[in-house]
Design a protein around this ligand. Structure first.
Ligand code: BEZ
Ligand code: FE
Length: 261
């Protein structure tokens, strides 16, 4: 199917699906115009891509994934920064964390899903919010890359992120408030895994301490397989509660050309 035919088919099916909603919900012309004005505001705020992400990114990711049996991928979100520093000892905080910030040591392996063998030299690129749900948007605090060892093992030490509320001051928040729905993201750690310079996996690991795992506003993002099992770990002087968790990233290795397709 050529690009134009595909576009035509997507339009045709979308209109058909939404006609069903208009019919069943008996949506009035006034309500349609209200929605139109809302989309105008959404466009002016630059938030159209985010709303599509919230509603459909996970459906798209699940529908198009090629790594059957591998770790479930997840969306990138708006806060990735490339070229995060390599963290030789795996610690992502380069200044002392707040004394009440919970800390987790996350260990595991990057393994080939077909052979179960660990992949040495894989790069695990990590970014996430802090214990107050805030991302460093200017620097690389709680951002960094680590490499796997000869057995494919990695170690990360970082603050346990918290839930964060998004879009409080833009039309996405307006929509969620109008629906009486939470616009809070469940606490998560973002990960990309590169092997030989090719991105093999992008996902999110969720924190079981989150209050909103069941109501994360990104539709379909949280699944049990991506929720970390946090275990209490021995205290460290001057630091908050300590936890340990393990997670193996199972990847189906793709060559650069396959990954781009
Ligand atoms: C995130 O993963 O951080 C995110 C995803 C969608 C909307 C907002 C944030
Ligand atoms: Fe995020």
């Amino acid at each position: 199917m050529s690009g134009d035919e595909r576009l035509m088919e997507i339009w045709r099916r979308s209109v058909e699906a939404l006609r069903g909603v208009v019919t069943e919900m008996k949506i009035t012309e006034d309500e349609l115009h209200l929605a139109g004005h809302y989309f105008n505001r959404l466009g002016q705020s630059g938030m159209c891509p985010s709303l599509l992400d919230v509603a459909f990114a996970m459906t798209s990711i699940d529908a198009t994934r090629k790594d059957v049996g591998g770790t479930r991928p997840n969306l990138e979100g708006p806060y990735y920064m490339s070229k995060a520093p390599l963290r030789a000892d795996g610690t992502l905080f380069d200044r002392p964390p707040a004394p009440d910030a919970p800390i987790v040591t996350l260990t595991g392996r990057v393994v080939d899903v077909e052979t179960g063998v660990g992949i040495p030299g894989a790069e695990v690129d990590v970014w996430h919010a802090d214990h107050n749900g805030i991302y460093d948007r200017n620097g690389f605090y709680l951002r960094g890359r680590v490499r796997t060892d000869a057995e494919g093992r990695y170690t990360l030490r970082t603050i346990v992120p918290n839930d964060y509320s998004e879009h409080d001051h833009d039309p996405i928040g307006e929509l969620f408030r109008a629906m009486g729905q939470s616009n809070t993201r469940a606490a998560h750690i973002h990960i990309k895994v590169h092997v030989d310079g090719t991105e093999q996996l992008m996902t999110q690991l969720f924190i079981p301490l989150s209050q909103v795992l069941d109501t994360d506003y990104v539709v379909g993002a949280v699944t049990d397989d991506l929720v970390l099992a946090l275990k209490p770990a021995p205290a460290v002087a001057g630091q908050g509660p300590q936890y340990a968790a393990t997670f193996d990233f199972r990847i189906k290795r793709q060559r650069a050309a396959q990954a781009a397709a």
